[in-house]
Design a protein around this ligand. Structure first.
Ligand code: 4AD
Length: 454
């Protein structure tokens, strides 16, 4: 048969190149859009509907007549790249498509054809259910509607966090990832050969943020933190995005207020963008903004709560004051209370070396974990030790050699002050907000035990 070649009608108005997200504002004008073929529906021999995706959105493209008769049209495959030209028109009553409109195509070009047959995109992921195979193919999985929606919200959330801090006058800093000090205990350090010295991947940028206070005032950082977690849970990653902030001349109550404000203001900012709000509700239809004030619960009262509610250790005994509350009971409690909780005043012995003790009860510290339903802990924060001798005792208690920490110790020498801060796990925040089963679904390429690819 004769090869059909399409030509563009030169009498039509010139097409304006746009992204799909702009299409509502470009209705009834001639546009040109490039993207990936997300879905194809063929109706008879003269009609073809393509849902095109360009990362900024989805648009239905309607092709008719000779436009569907070319070799490229007949053999078009999912995930091929194409450029379409035409006019975006509102759909007639009773028809459905994204944004209630479609692009009536008058000309189109194939950019690249993806394989069909055994190698077809659909055979790669859509029927696959084994999580480890899906993780191997995460570079393809992220093209899907759900995965890309999570990543799009993630981008908006990161921006909202930043906007929150900038609106309050914080400076953003970018601390080093290669360090020679630990922050949260030696057992989860990733060690690396740094030329002829030993170094680690950072567990937290907190100590560096503290050094910025006299230089820049209140500061924040969004950096990767690394934890060699042996536990294989749905909320632990080996590399995660850590949002950390540090404030000078504050009290513990101020710290809690800052945290409440960060979480609530960030959510308001994110929801104020309708397209992002739509994505959030499409992933988590029951999402509700948390109510202020958050419940404030002291650790000792949480221990009592566990007893009162018959929540026990695996060996059948109760958790006692001084013991760490692990993930499982914490989750049961958080889900029962079903609202954000500030869990406060943990015993010094189960917390890091730098935490300040409470004046009215030196067994416990001015510390806080923020717990969210379905996820548990999403934030850890505290006031920091201001006194030099107390800090030295802190190193000693944790068996830390103070020598590599000379620069941190100096903060208590050259103008010490009450100060505090926190770290928020971005993936955990997203898992809560988007109701994802695991934090692994809330980052681009998750890293955890035995998973360092793609
Ligand atoms: O409670 P963490 O260990 O606190 C700190 O690192 C402090 N130095 C932060 C600070 O005060 N600047 O970690 C803080 C948060 C946790 O609440 C959790 O959300 C997240 O970081 N996080 C993890 N997220 C994913 N995978 C892991 N393995 C995580 N470990 C901690």
């Amino acid at each position: 048969s004769k090869k059909i070649v399409l030509t563009q009608d030169s009498t039509l108005p010139e097409a304006k190149k746009i992204k799909i997200r702009e299409s509502i504002n470009r209705r009834d004008t001639r546009v040109k859009i490039s993207g990936w073929v997300h879905r194809i529906r063929i109706q008879g021999k003269d009609m073809m509907f393509i849902v095109l995706r360009d990362g900024s959105g989805y648009i239905q493209c309607y092709l008719h007549g000779v436009l569907c008769h070319t070799y490229d049209a007949i053999t078009l495959t999912l995930e091929s790249t194409i450029t379409v030209y035409g006019i975006i028109s509102e759909l007639p009553e009773g028809k459905q498509a994204p944004d209630n409109h479609e692009l009536r195509v008058d000309y189109w070009e194939l950019v690249h054809k993806a394989p069909g047959g055994d190698e077809a995109f659909t055979n790669q992921i859509t029927t696959e259910t084994d999580p480890s195979v899906l993780l191997d193919r995460r570079h393809l999985v992220i093209r899907g509607e759900k995965a890309s929606a999570v990543l799009r919200v993630r981008s908006a959330v990161l921006r909202a966090f930043r906007d929150h801090f900038y609106s309050k006058g914080y400076a953003e800093v970018t601390p080093p990832h290669m360090v020679q000090t630990q922050v949260e205990g030696g057992s989860t350090l990733f060690e690396l050969a740094y030329y002829h010295e030993k170094a680690y991947l950072t567990q937290s940028s907190q100590l560096y943020l503290e050094t910025c206070l006299p230089s820049l005032g209140d500061v924040f950082a969004i950096a990767e933190s690394f934890r060699a977690e042996k536990s294989h849970t749905r909320r632990h990653l080996s590399e995660y995005s850590h949002l950390e902030a540090e404030m000078a001349f504050i009290t513990f109550d101020d710290l809690l207020d800052c945290l409440e404000d960060l979480i609530c203001d960030t959510i308001d900012r994110v929801l104020s963008d309708k397209s992002i709000a739509d994505l959030i509700y499409s992933l988590n239809k029951d999402f509700k903004k948390p109510e202020r004030p958050f419940l404030r619960l002291d650790y000792k009262d949480a221990i009592q709560y566990l007893k009162d509610n018959d929540i026990k250790k695996p060996d059948g005994t109760f958790y006692e004051f001084g013991e760490d509350i692990p993930e499982a009971p914490e989750r049961v409690m958080t889900d029962k209370l079903n609202r954000p909780i500030f869990l406060c005043r943990f015993p010094a012995e189960i917390k890091a070396f730098y935490m300040k003790r409470c004046k009215d009860d030196p067994r416990v510290t001015e510390s806080v974990d923020v717990l969210m339903p379905n996820v548990g802990e999403i934030v850890g924060g505290s006031m920091r030790i201001t006194d030099l001798d107390e800090l030295l005792r802190g190193y000693q208690r944790e068996g830390i050699d103070p020598a590599p920490y000379y620069w941190y110790t100096d903060q208590r020498k050259y103008g010490t002050t009450e100060h505090g801060g926190y770290g928020l796990g971005v993936e955990r925040f997203l898992a809560w907000m988007l109701d994802r089963h695991t934090v692994r679904d809330c980052c681009l390429y998750p890293r955890f035990t035995e998973r360092c690819k793609p």
